[in-house]
Design a protein around this ligand. Sequence first.
Ligand code: G3H
Ligand code: 13P
Ligand code: ZN
Length: 320
Amino acid sequence: MISYKDLGLVNSRELFSKAMKGGYAIPAFNFNNMEQMQAIIGACVETKSPVILQVSSGARKYANQTLLRYMAQGAVEYAKELGCAIPIVLHLDHGDSFELCKNCIEFGFSSVMIDGSHLPYEENIALTRRVVEYAHQHDVTVEGELGVLAGVEDNVKAEHHTYTQPKEVEDFVKRTGVDSLAISIGTSHGAYKFKPGQKPEIRLDILAEIEKRIPGFPIVLHGSSSVPQDIVAEINNFGGKLKDSIGIPEDQLRKAARSAVCKINIDSDGRLAMTAAIRRVLVEKPEEFDPRKYLGPARDKLKELYKHKIVYVLGSENKA
Ligand code: G3H
Ligand code: 13P
Ligand code: ZN
């Protein structure tokens, strides 16, 4: 058993409590490789923002869980070397079983998500409660989820959103003992969140209703990429074929971050930024074949994107 505390990581409890009082949200950025990690830590150190490093099951499969954990441990030292020991959480994104959550906790994660959102209500409660009981013995924080986001989540495809029902949240939070709650209010994973002609809008009214039922309780928003249209255009100008990709408007996320939303998950925008930079180099300098020559610019673009998110969307600048 490796305790996250020995690795210099923190759980999310105090970060969320400060974010709630301060009217901002903590960035939760996914990573799968070194360049993403460097961009995240570079951006957060330069803006003095706390950060949640997210590892999905897919990331564990792609990069190897041991390497990812050592990278997170390295991130703590890297941040110090860059000049600011920002608080860093290592979080399991979309954990789908008790065993996976337990394994991550024993491996040094400081926070886990148990995503029972596709299960019947009582089964979601039972599974989440079981993870919480284990996690809290190790002072690890737990995120649960109520409501189903449209799109693909945990290999389960949902055609439509099933919005979180405000009348369920109080019971769920009380009976599971979770530390934060992911909700479904119209965000979704990936780069195609709305159909052309649809108004890109999230249900801030449901969020307000949820907040009324569980005042001061940390809320999490998944699927919160904004799919910047200049980046999509850059991808397409350099040979990409992204059609009708639409994200969540940043001003709506900023409003959510000012409320009880304490954690905002962003992955797809980072993928788009890296892809745009790589495509540009490969088209403009076709003679290049050193990966550093295209991964370097991809890392720079990613860092700029994250700094923008921290300052203009999450509001977590200078909160480290
Ligand atoms: O919620 C999904 C995250 O963007 C992680 O995606 O499962 O492809 O690693 P992934
Ligand atoms: P996006 O696909 O909108 O970036 O959402 C990421 C996410 O929710 C990770 O859990
Ligand atoms: Zn998610």
